[in-house]
Design a protein around this ligand. Structure first.
Ligand SMILES: [Zn+2]
Length: 280
């Protein structure tokens, strides 16, 4: 599942002790409540803390949204075992995270008369790895978008493929890409939001296939990790390599959006893509 990514597993979103939240970067203390109100962005250093679907949906929709396809749950078709049986790992991850797998889908009102379907990855579930459930939920979200003519956004946050599902995991790259091609043919916009971190097979498939690819500030975005690339090409890598800012400069993403402006920017973007008048 890691595909050579060496960082970040220890940086999962921490639940604040008591009422205080300590910024993961500048280490300043802030009331946990204020941190949440600021969409989990540090007001001091702009660090975008890692959040999951349960945080993103209210940021985008307020309280008015409906979760879709929550009946899809993971299985262990290969009876995979490395240090631990996969079935056991799934159960433990579910208990620890309160999630069924690394993806939730919801539909809600982005703005008045403008719905959006959002498929959001959860890094807190086995490193946001892409297995059959992630792929199937994306496929169904795309079908739902197409049938109801509602634009789609996928929020990526992933260590890559889920090795415990082997080929079943890798298949999801082709499956989601093929489904997105159908969505494109139907003329329904697809926006990809890349967040920290987006790597491996996710970057190599749906995360880079948006009509518009956008990213949160200072997110790690790449395929293989810097160490693997360095060893392969035998050269030092440029500074800031694989950050949102570097990718923007080199044309891989279209713009960077601060989480506090996400809903507004998306509303404008979706209206442009749907050829509607931008609301005042
Ligand atoms: Zn900070």
């Amino acid at each position: 599942m890691k595909e050579g990514i060496t960082t970040l597993t220890s940086e999962k979103k921490s639940v604040p002790d008591g009422l205080w939240h300590k910024c993961g970067r500048c280490k300043k203390n802030l009331l946990a409540e204020d941190h949440a109100k600021n969409n989990y962005v540090c007001p001091n250093c702009n660090y975008h803390d890692k959040i999951g679907s349960d945080e993103y949906f209210p940021i985008l929709f307020g309280t008015e949204y409906e979760e879709l396809f929550s009946n899809i749950k993971p299985t262990d078709p290969l009876k995979f075992k490395d240090t631990k049986e996969y079935a056991k790992r799934l159960k433990e991850s579910q208990e620890k995270s309160g999630l069924d797998d690394a993806m939730k889908v919801a539909v809600g009102n982005l703005a008045e008369n403008q719905k959006l379907v959002v498929a959001c990855m959860d890094f807190g579930f086995i490193g946001g790895s892409m297995g059959s459930v992630v792929g199937e939920k994306i496929a169904r979200a795309i079908d739902y978008s197409r049938e109801n003519k509602i634009p789609l956004m996928i929020i990526s946050k992933s260590g890559g493929a889920r090795m415990m599902e082997a080929a079943f995991s890798l298949m999801q790259m082709a499956k989601t890409s093929a489904k997105l091609a159908l969505l494109g043919k139907a003329g329904i916009p697809y926006i990809s939001l890349l967040t920290d971190p987006t790597t491996g097979g996710v970057t190599a498939s749906f995360a880079m296939l948006g009509d518009v690819n956008i990213a949160e500030p200072e997110a790690l975005i790449g395929f293989a990790g810097p160490r693997v690339i360095k060893e392969t090409i035998g050269k030092d890598l440029p500074k800031g390599f694989q950050s949102s800012e570097f990718l923007l400069e080199h044309g891989f993403i279209d713009f960077i959006v601060n989480r506090n402006e996400l809903r507004l920017k998306l509303t404008e973007l979706v209206h442009l893509l749907m050829k509607k008048q931008i609301p005042a």
